[in-house]
Design a protein. Structure first.
Length: 78
């Protein structure tokens, strides 16, 4: 691989890790929102929020896994 491709892959790994952390933080904030008492929130809305939290966690896990696989490729090339 060329030096430019390795640099691009390193930037991609950094971006993927950042985005995974953002998704993880967002799911944490939504979990805190579920715990706080809300009188105006219906059971259906709480269910949707729980589903959204799981989707965000799965997305964060997937992005982190892709970042680690890409990092492994970089380490093999160097």
């Amino acid at each position: 691989m060329s030096e430019k491709q390795l640099t691009d892959l390193k930037h991609k790994v950094t971006d993927l890790k950042r985005f995974a952390f953002i998704l993880l933080a967002l799911s944490g904030f939504l979990c805190v929102g579920l715990v706080l008492p809300n009188e105006g929130v219906t059971v259906q809305q709480q269910g949707m929020l729980v589903g959204l939290v799981f989707i965000l966690l799965i997305g964060a896990f997937g992005l982190h896994r892709i970042a680690m696989e890409t990092q492994r490729k970089i380490n093999e090339e160097e």
